[in-house]
Design a protein around this ligand. Structure first.
Ligand SMILES: Nc1ncnc2c1ncn2[C@@H]1O[C@H](COP(=O)(O)OP(=O)(O)O)[C@@H](O)[C@H]1O
Ligand SMILES: [Mg+2]
Length: 508
């Protein structure tokens, strides 16, 4: 990537990472490739090799040829004539603190517009002001692979003279993926100290979970729910089973040119099983679920949203294979109308980065967006071709309500056969799956309190006491269903299919 950018005469390149060592390694490797290619081609006669110069903002200050962060830029902009690539390490310190930014901008502009074979790579973790970013191409160094982490751990063990079995170390590397090498090293060393010299992968998993929770943008979930926990939604279910086959045999599918789906959007009434469906999907695919907290992402300090988005995407990529759930995605968009236009620009860019990432990345990832409020949905998300399928999850039909009641009766340890499921289905017209679940739990609670077995009446009473969303927020839900009818595929089982089995379906 870097080599390509330099060959296409891109002058200012930003390496977005705090890992100095990896940045140096990456740049050296890329410059090597570049110089090799230059030597082989005779197209540019006056250029056969670039030299690489490295300058570090942290220890370079005071004791180097260029005394400060402006001197070095000035030198590059005005004096350097040889084909040179400058790698300026930790440069974010100056741009972040806003130190004399106008001067930086002016030198950057000069370099960007120069016709000399001089390039600058800025390394650090940046939130670049637009005056600078317009001249830059940003490269994200991917997070280390599991093998790289494994090698690191092996080295640490050797240094500490610890004998650890390979499988154990592999397990540790698995848990430490998604971190930078420095972070992984620190966490592993803490684990060694805490474990008094013993390596315990469970401890590492806990440390990692704590860290992820604290930073809290991507949550790792190991879903327990299986397809048997989902009532109804037959169309979605069938599609999911089909996709899971493609996904599980991905290599083969790609070879046979089968289009491997990359994502879906579930829109619908709250409590109808959208989040549940995502968990089930991960279970079907037999891979973990990553939940992206999009609300938190957008609530981060101004200017951090885009840097955080890159961080999130990098972490997701490192955690592959996974189902990535962007739950209640509208939370990101809801603040839009009330805030100013620059904010809208950020949202659009973040959504585009997600969609672009979905299309471009080759890692085994499946994106599941869920939304409760489609009216806030940005058009980018809805546009066909980006997301493989847009589903509308409607209020359950009678046969679906029966299935949902059956599932939740079993969950509270009851035998569904002894209840009048038809009656329950009829009484819960307009209820969501979540509301049916709540009514059954309430009934169970009451029966327990009164020291007796639970019966139909307990459930019917609980239903009676419930005001479903479809009543309390009637207009909103109706607008949502109207949208669903015309703009999306219906996730629920088609009512016609089962009409002979249950005529009432048609009435609903
Ligand atoms: N179709 C369904 N089948 C079984 N349970 C359901 C269904 N829909 C909702 N539920 C119950 O309601 C809970 C909340 O549903 P959830 O998936 O969070 O809804 P949503 O994400 O659509 O708001 C689920 O955990 C589940 O217990
Ligand atoms: Mg949900």
């Amino acid at each position: 990537m870097l080599e390509l950018l330099i060959r296409s005469q891109c002058k200012i390149i930003v390496l977005n990472t705090i890992e100095t060592e990896r940045a140096i390694e990456y740049v050296k490797e890329q410059v090597g490739v570049l110089n090799k290619k230059l030597k082989e081609s005779s197209r540019i006669e006056d250029l056969s090799e670039y030299q690489l110069k490295i300058w570090d903002a942290i220890d370079g200050l005071g004791n180097r040829e260029y005394a400060n962060y402006l001197d070095i830029l000035r030198h590059i902009a005005e004096e350097e004539d040889e084909p040179t690539i400058y790698l300026l390490l930790n440069y974010h310190r100056f741009i972040r603190e806003g130190l004399n930014v106008p001067a930086i901008i002016s030198f950057i502009r000069k370099i960007a517009n120069s016709s000399k074979f001089v390039h600058v790579i800025l390394q650090g973790e940046f939130n670049l002001p637009p005056e600078i970013s317009q001249y830059c191409q940003v490269i994200d160094i991917p997070l280390p692979s599991k093998t790289e982490i494994f090698d690191l751990l092996k080295e640490i063990c050797k240094r500490e003279e610890l004998k650890v079995r390979k499988v154990l170390l592999e397990e540790c590397a698995e848990y430490l993926s998604g971190l930078t090498l420095i972070e992984a090293q620190k966490m592993f060393e803490i684990a060694i100290v805490k474990g008094k010299g013993k390596i315990d992968p469970q401890l590492i998993q806990r440390l990692k979970a704590e860290k992820v929770k604290k930073e809290g943008l991507v949550e790792y979930i190991a879903p327990q729910e299986t397809i048997n926990d989902l009532g109804g939604l037959d169309n979605l279910r069938q599609w999911a089973i089909m996709v899971s086959k493609v996904f599980k045999n991905r290599e083969q599918a790609i070879k046979k040119k089968v289009p491997v789906p990359k994502g879906m959007l579930l829109a619908g009434v709250p409590g109808t099983g959208k989040t549940l469906s995502c968990k089930i999907l991960a279970n079907l695919f037999q891979i973990p679920l990553l939940r992206v907290d999009i609300g938190k992402l957008f609530n981060s300090r101004l200017g951090e949203t885009e840097a955080n988005t890159r961080k999130v995407l990098k972490e997701i990529e490192a955690q592959a294979p996974a189902v990535v759930m962007i739950d209640e995605a509208e939370k990101a968009f809801s603040g839009l109308s009330s805030s100013d236009s620059s904010d809208a620009g950020t949202t659009a860019r973040v959504i585009s980065s997600f969609l672009y990432f979905m299309q471009e990345n080759t890692a085994p990832l499946f994106f599941a967006f869920t939304v409760n409020n489609v009216l806030a949905l940005p058009p980018e998300l809805e546009r066909r071709g980006r997301i493989d399928e847009i589903w509308f999850v409607d209020l359950p039909a009678p046969n679906e309500r029966k299935e949902i009641a059956r599932i939740h009766l079993r969950k509270v340890g009851e035998k569904p056969e002894i209840f009048d499921l038809d009656k329950i289905a009829e009484a819960t017209k307009g209820f969501t799956g979540a509301e049916i679940e709540t009514a059954i739990k309430q009934a169970k609670l009451k029966a327990f309190y009164e020291d007796r077995d639970m019966n139909d009446n307990d459930i019917l009473e609980a239903i009676e006491e419930t005001i479903p969303l479809s009543v309390s927020r009637k207009e909103e839900i109706e607008a949502l269903r109207e949208w669903g009818k015309t703009r999306a595929r219906l996730a629920n089982s088609s009512t016609t299919k089962k009409k002979s089995a249950n005529k009432k379906v048609l009435l609903n």
